[in-house]
Design a protein. Sequence first.
Length: 248
Amino acid sequence: MGEYADVGEVSMWYAEEGSGEPLVLLHGGLCTNETWAAQTPAFAEHFRVIAPERRAHGHTPDVAGPLTYTAMATDMIRFLDGVVDRPAHLVGFSDGGVVALMIAIARPDLVARLVAIGANYDTTGIAPEILETFAHMAPDNAEMATLRALYEAHSPDGPEHWPIVFRKFVELMQREPNISLEELARIAAPTLVLVGDDDLVSIEHTVALFRAIPNSELAVIPGTSHAVAKEKPVIFNHVVLDFLQEGL
């Protein structure tokens, strides 16, 4: 069972499991906490796992205006300050990885260790043809059926709000993120940059992200796509837990 926390203009839903050092899971764009079905039980054996759903995702309502990474990172900083209340390990997938990077830049005091999975720091990380495909995709496209069903099952805004959120997401990925290499160089937390070898985010972009962050490690999991955590959960969980438990 989850609960809500007020973080400024957002009432953010989150679930919690396990005990120990806090580990915050940040899902991807248009996803819900179902993203972490193969991770939460395994991680909760070692950590206090906290899984919030960002504005316009899952159980958390949308907010008027465009969807931006700055707004989502601000929400999460307020959540970390108000609910977690101590430095946490951040494990972020895709858009969640972008948000985690922005938090580590803006508030290094909140981040113990950072894992960025399939995350791009600017729009060049995703091939132009993929961005073009999304730009012309309809909300009822069959490729979005699973994500649409999860949204419709959980959103307090109702299923009729899905086309609005989908369009906000498409507009977001066309213009953001815009994190500079200089900003990435300010990340102080030990960082694991992880990607599938056939990810939406290119290997070249991922290597540039890895090289820009001073205290970072790189993991490329073979035979996986953007959904690396779902496709090879045993290997993924081992790599992430090994990193998070270094020095414990």
